[in-house]
Design a protein around this ligand. Structure first.
Ligand code: SF4
Length: 361
C-alpha cells in the first residue's frame, strides 16, 4: 500500500537534505527567498541546520508591512488624526512612521481599526457618514482584494490609500545592490498563485538567475532549495515551478484582470531600499474619486526612513540577518520594536526572535 504523501515526513526530509549536500557547490552560495511565510517555515522547522554551512538562506523584501515607506505611514497617521476612520491590517498599526505609529495615533483618540479584509473596510464605511480610509498594503496577493472592492460600487465616503507593491521588480532590483550577491531565488508561492511563473522569466534570463517557485511546507522549501542548487550546479538558470499544486504558468487570470482594470503600474518607494521603477500600483484615473492621495492633501508629509542603529534596510535586501543587528533581542524585541522588521508576523527579525534567533536558525 502506498503511504500518503506527508509534507512533514522525516524520511523525505532526510533524503532531500542528503540531495542538497550532494548538489551544494564547494563555494558559498546565497539563496534568497522573498516571503515571510517561507522564513517562518525555515525557522520553525530548523531547516538551516539541515544545510551545509556554505549554503545560506536569507529573506529579502518579503514582508509587506516592513517595506511600506514611512511617508505612507505618516500620511495614514495624519488622516486618522484629522478625523477619518483609518482601517488597515493588524501588523500595519504597529510599524513605526517618522514619529508615530497608527497605534500611537489610536492611543490619543484617533479612530484606527484593524480589519482582516478590504471588504471589512467597505462594511464599516456603509455604516457611517464619516470618511473611511482603507490603508491597502501588501503584494500581488492582497492587491486583487483591493481591486475587487473598488469594482463593486463602494460607498462614496470610502477611499483607499494604496501602497501595494510588486515582487518581481524588487527581486530584480536586489541584484543591482552592492553586497546582495544573490546566487538564486526561491519565489513566493502565494504571490505566484496570482501572477503565475511567467513574470520571473525576464529576471531569470536577463540575469542568468535560478528562480524556483516554492510552497510553504518544510519539504516544499527543501525541494525548492535542492532545485536552485541543481540549476547552479548545471549552470542552467531558469524558472522552475516546485509548487505546481497551487501555481500555474499563467496564474489567476481573473485576479490579474481585476488588478489591471483598477491599477496602473508605477514607480514606488520601498522602505529600506528606495524607489524601484515599475514596482508598485496606483489607482487609475477612473477610480480617482476613491484615491485617498488625491482626496486628501499630503503636503509636508515627507517620511524619514533612517532609524538610528536599525539594520532593517540590510535585512530587507538580504545583506544581513537579524542576528547581525546589535539591537536584536536587546533593545529591539516584538514588545519594543525599533524597526519594521521586528513588527510584522512576516518580518525576519520578529520571526527569528519568535523561534530562537541565533545565526543558524
Ligand atoms: S533587530 Fe530591530 S533594530 Fe535590528 S534590524 Fe531588526 S528591526 Fe531593526
Amino acid at each position: 500500500m502506498t503511504r500518503p504523501f506527508a509534507f512533514g515526513d522525516p524520511e523525505r526530509a532526510r533524503a532531500l537534505a542528503d540531495a542538497i549536500l550532494l548538489l551544494a557547490p564547494a563555494q558559498r552560495v546565497k539563496i534568497v527567498h522573498v516571503c515571510g511565510t517561507h522564513e517562518v517555515t525555515i525557522a520553525q522547522h530548523g531547516l538551516r541546520r539541515l544545510l551545509p554551512e556554505r549554503v545560506e538562506i536569507l529573506e529579502g523584501p518579503g514582508c509587506p508591512v516592513c517595506v511600506t515607506p514611512t511617508r505612507d505611514i505618516d500620511l495614514a497617521v495624519r488622516l486618522a488624526e484629522a478625523g477619518a476612520i483609518l482601517c488597515t491590517f493588524g501588523d500595519m498599526t504597529r510599524v513605526p512612521g517618522t514619529r508615530r505609529t497608527l497605534e500611537d495615533a489610536r492611543s490619543t483618540g484617533a479612530d484606527v481599526r484593524t480589519v482582516l479584509s478590504a471588504s471589512e473596510a467597505v462594511a464599516i464605511s456603509r455604516k457611517t457618514d464619516r470618511d473611511v480610509v482603507f490603508f491597502a498594503v501588501g503584494f500581488e496577493t492582497t492587491a486583487p482584494m483591493t481591486a475587487a472592492i473598488l469594482l463593486d460600487r463602494p460607498p462614496p465616503n470610502l477611499s483607499v490609500l494604496v501602497s501595494h507593491k510588486l515582487i518581481p521588480p524588487a527581486m530584480a532590483a536586489l541584484l543591482g545592490l552592492p553586497g546582495a550577491e544573490v546566487s538564486g531565488y526561491i519565489a513566493p508561492g502565494h504571490v505566484s498563485t496570482v501572477i503565475g511563473t511567467r513574470p520571473y522569466e525576464a529576471l531569470s534570463s536577463e540575469h542568468r538567475m535560478p528562480v524556483v517557485v516554492g510552497g510553504f511546507e518544510p519539504l516544499d522549501v527543501l525541494y525548492a532549495i535542492a532545485l536552485v542548487l541543481r540549476q547552479i550546479r548545471d549552470r542552467s538558470p531558469r524558472v522552475e515551478n516546485a509548487y505546481p499544486r497551487a501555481v500555474t504558468e499563467e496564474g489567476n487570470r481573473r485576479a490579474q484582470a481585476m488588478m489591471a482594470e483598477v491599477f496602473e503600474v508605477s514607480d514606488v518607494a520601498w522602505r529600506g531600499i528606495g524607489t524601484i521603477p515599475a514596482s508598485g500600483l496606483a489607482l487609475r484615473e477612473r477610480f480617482g474619486a476613491f484615491d485617498a492621495r488625491r482626496r486628501f492633501p499630503a503636503e509636508g508629509v515627507e517620511g524619514e526612513e533612517t532609524i538610528p542603529g536599525c539594520r532593517c534596510s540590510e535585512v530587507l535586501t538580504a545583506r544581513a540577518v537579524p542576528a547581525d543587528c546589535p539591537l536584536f533581542a536587546t533593545r529591539c524585541t516584538p514588545l519594543t520594536p525599533v524597526g519594521p522588521c521586528m513588527v510584522g508576523g512576516e518580518g525576519a527579525c520578529s520571526i527569528w526572535f519568535r523561534y530562537g534567533g541565533r545565526p543558524r536558525l
